[in-house]
Write a protein of this length. Structure first.
Ligand SMILES: [Zn+2]
Length: 283
């Protein structure tokens, strides 16, 4: 991965002045994005910030799920002035077998007193692309849940075609800490299974796709006090931008879609999502 220099973000923030912690209760939050990869795909800072402003998104959670991403995310979180930025530290299950996960564990420990470091993630299991690496994925997953417990953070979970093992490991290891199922792609009964663990459920642009009937069915029944929205940008842009590079401001389109699907006002759903995001990440 080629890393975008943080200096490219001049209009995003100023030079290394730590921002005050200021929860933005009146604006939307993108609960999960990879802004570094959005920039790598050629979207400019100006375009991204304009869309954030236009769509009323004031805060993002930047995911640091590999070595470069976590270093970048931490710097961004401490230099951004225009928008609130928080970050996570984790190890993507797709890289369980190829990347050194000890670095992430150390980084968690090193940053445990940083109020902008708000969760361990994304971590989890992915048997869609990496089914032959189940054992190493499980090992890394468990190590990171234990690290999260130690530093008193919640866990943001990536799970794909691995419901049973994910559920089992969370049930054994993650008791007592907040759980967020990021980019939920399961059906209603899988959702209920996670809800029974006390988990929050985060919906991405996938829920807006025509062929996502099962995810839509789940979203309809997700309790208001457990639902979140995210982009997972640059991936999975919601309709009407499906297939394009996703960006954090597009979280508004997923929110609008969900409100209509659930028969709720956008305002009501937005304030629930913001409150749930702040509750899970504790900011
Ligand atoms: Zn992600």
């Amino acid at each position: 991965m080629e890393l975008v220099d943080i200096q490219d973000l001049k209009s995003w923030g100023s030079n290394a002045v730590p921002v005050q912690l200021r929860p933005r209760v009146h604006t939307l939050i993108d609960a999960h994005c990879h802004l570094d990869m959005v920039l790598e795909r050629g979207l400019g800072v100006e375009e991204i910030t304009q869309t954030l402003e236009k769509n009323g998104v004031g805060t993002i959670v930047e995911i640091g799920a590999d070595k470069q991403a976590m270093l970048w995310a931490r710097t961004l979180a401490h230099t951004s002035q225009k928008f609130g930025v928080y970050y996570t530290i984790g190890h993507h299950p797709g890289e369980a077998a190829t990347e050194d996960f000890e670095f992430g564990l150390q980084f968690i420990e090193e940053n445990k007193d940083d109020a902008r470091f708000v969760a361990v993630g994304e971590i989890g299991l992915d048997y869609h692309y990496h089914s032959n690496q189940a054992e190493i994925q499980k090992k890394v997953f468990i190590e990171f849940i234990r690290a999260a417990k130690k530093v008193k953070r919640g866990v943001a979970i990536h799970t794909r075609e691995a419901h049973k093992d994910t559920r089992e490991i969370l049930g054994c290891e993650a008791n007592g800490i907040p759980i967020l199922i990021h980019c939920f792609t399961g059906n209603k009964s899988e959702m209920e299974d996670f809800l029974s663990l006390g988990a929050y459920i985060s919906f991405s642009g996938i829920v807006t796709f025509k062929n996502a009937a099962l995810v839509q069915e789940a979203a309809k029944f997700c309790p208001l006090e457990r639902i979140l929205v995210e982009t997972d940008a640059p991936f999975l842009a919601p309709v009407p931008y499906r297939g394009k590079v996703n960006q954090p401001g597009y979280v508004k389109h997923t929110l609008d879609f969900l409100a209509q699907l659930r028969g709720e006002s956008v305002e009501k759903l937005a304030s629930a999502c913001v409150a749930n995001t702040q509750k899970f990440y504790n900011f």
